[in-house]
Design a protein around this ligand. Sequence first.
Ligand code: MLT
Length: 201
Amino acid sequence: MRPDFIHEFVAGKSGRTLLLLHGTGGNERDLIPLGHDLDPDASLLSPRGKVLERGMPRFFRRLAEGVFDLEDLRQRTHELAHFVIAATERYKIDHRQIVAVGYSNGANIAASMLLLRPEILSSAILFRAMVPLVPETKPDLRSKRVLIGAGAHDTIISPSNTKELVDLLRNAGADVTIRFFQSGHELTSDDVDLAREWLTK
Ligand code: MLT
């Protein structure tokens, strides 16, 4: 696997970098406006997922909706971690202040990164995430903050799956805030407002 990704980088004024991870069918430009909205001072690093599903970019392969190719997910998680490390050198990013902001498929690989490569992220905002995998060894997430925005009427992710993800992260020591919105799988302005406020804490 090659650690290079098509990506956008926007230099910010603060030491924080938001790692923006789009949903299925998205690209590296999709979440740039969201990143600016969440934190106008942060740098933005936004890769495009390299897996194509009927022409739609994703961050890892799936066998069916919600059924993941776990071997591919593991490899792609390490590949993305490698890309982030290389980007910290290339763009002079503070590696201690990288916050993942993922939506749907992007939230799932962000959750996978927390579980397999926790050293990469200081915290994570996961919009419409599910359990990506259960790691063989429990990561130490005691210093990590995680915000999960879920849709109470999401037809792709059941509330019980979201709760399993919360338990998995909390059992590893993460400080998890979970909020269910009266929405489906789509991102809402309530999600964005909550995330913006959460980032200021
Ligand atoms: C996934 O494949 O990561 C999830 O089903 C979310 C999606 O991309 O639809």
